[in-house]
Ligand binder design. Structure first.
Ligand SMILES: CC(C)(COP(=O)(O)OP(=O)(O)OC[C@H]1O[C@@H](n2cnc3c(N)ncnc32)[C@H](O)[C@@H]1OP(=O)(O)O)[C@@H](O)C(=O)NCCC(=O)NCCS
Length: 292
């Protein structure tokens, strides 16, 4: 397992993009890394771990939050027990300093070998997430909001909506610039939706993994003053239209199943539920050994 440098980021982001394929379960996407880059390139590189076979990247771990590592596996190594066992061993060994005492969660949405190895090591199911998906082949109905693409000189409304939609939101002007400077953002767009009164009601950032590949929403929110008026649906449709414009084949989003408003909004925007996925929670005996 290696910790990359900032010079490795373009290669890692291109690799995660190449692993996004229609029909495969959605796993860590360039957009997840691009969104994290609001904390800077050093922070993103420091949050990544890479497992290699020879010169080839076989798996990527992304420490997205203090207690959460999100895994991406090369499709060619989805059934590779050797790499899966190495990852699980690192999650309770070398990586245990990074998944601190207390709950440790691993997201492993793809890779039967890794999922089996985690289950066999006693990792149990965590909170359910709902995956929603929409092909971009079908027409996307028009929306009532006026949709603007956010430009570097005009990010105030993007920040304001984010702060209202997500209490404690971490997006600031400087962080937006850091995110937009990242290489993942070359295939991304921030959108703000305005009411007929010119008020910023909704915002989203959409991320493509390149033409013909699935794109994602990360994140999407409606200002608390403008909820319940169909603007969540509008922003999800605008997100789909932007991704189609960028050549993406489909749009995907994952949201906690408990977020019923989000699931309803995405469904009303024409997305279908692909199913629920559970993260893996580190077993108690490993947690208590580490606390001692
Ligand atoms: C999720 C969110 C975007 C929905 O925005 P919204 O503008 O209020 O939603 P809409 O008015 O477009 O409503 C869409 C659907 O959700 C339903 N809905 C809205 N709020 C709801 C609630 N609190 N509980 C249950 N359903 C709700 C509506 O009834 C509607 O359903 P319908 O189309 O079947 O009639 C908004 O609540 C939000 O910003 N939440 C915080 C950020 C967030 O969680 N984002 C999503 C994860 S990235």
């Amino acid at each position: 397992m290696l910790t990359p440098s900032t010079a490795d980021l373009p290669d890692i982001i291109a690799t995660t993009a190449s692993w996004q394929r229609e029909g495969l379960p959605v796993q860590v996407h360039p957009g997840d890394l691009g969104w994290y880059q609001r904390f800077g390139a050093d922070a993103l590189a420091g949050a990544l771990r890479v497992w290699t076979i020879g010169d080839e990247i076989a798996a990527i771990g992304f420490l997205d939050e203090t207690e959460l590592i999100r895994m991406a596996i090369a499709p060619d190594h989805a059934d590779d027990k050797t790499i899966a066992d190495a990852i699980v061993s690192d999650l309770v060994g070398d990586l245990s300093d990074l998944l601190p005492a207390g709950t440790g969660i691993a997201e492993a949405r793809f890779g039967p070998a890794l999922q089996t190895a985690l289950a066999e090591a006693g990792w149990t199911s965590d909170e359910p997430w709902t995956l929603l998906h929409r092909s971009l082949d079908d027409p996307i109905p028009p929306v009532s909001l006026t949709i603007d693409v956010v430009e570097p000189g005009n990010i105030d409304d993007r920040i304001t909506v984010e702060a209202s939609a997500f209490p404690g939101a971490s997006l600031t002007h400087d962080r937006w610039q850091d995110m937009a400077a990242g290489c993942a953002y070359r295939q991304a767009r921030c959108l703000v939706g305005y009411t007929s009164d010119g008020e910023a009601a909704g915002a989203t950032t959409v991320w493509s993994a390149g033409p013909g590949r699935p794109g994602i929403i990360e994140p999407l929110g409606v200002h608390s003053d403008h909820r319940g008026l169909g603007f969540g649906v509008d922003m999800a449709r605008a997100a789909a239209a932007a991704l189609r414009d960028m050549g993406a084949s489909s749009i995907t989003v994952a949201t906690p199943s408990s977020n019923t408003a989000a699931v309803a909004a995405y469904r009303s925007a024409g997305m279908s539920i692909l199913g629920e996925v559970m993260d893996f929670r580190r077993p108690d005996h490993i947690r208590s050994e580490r606390i001692r």
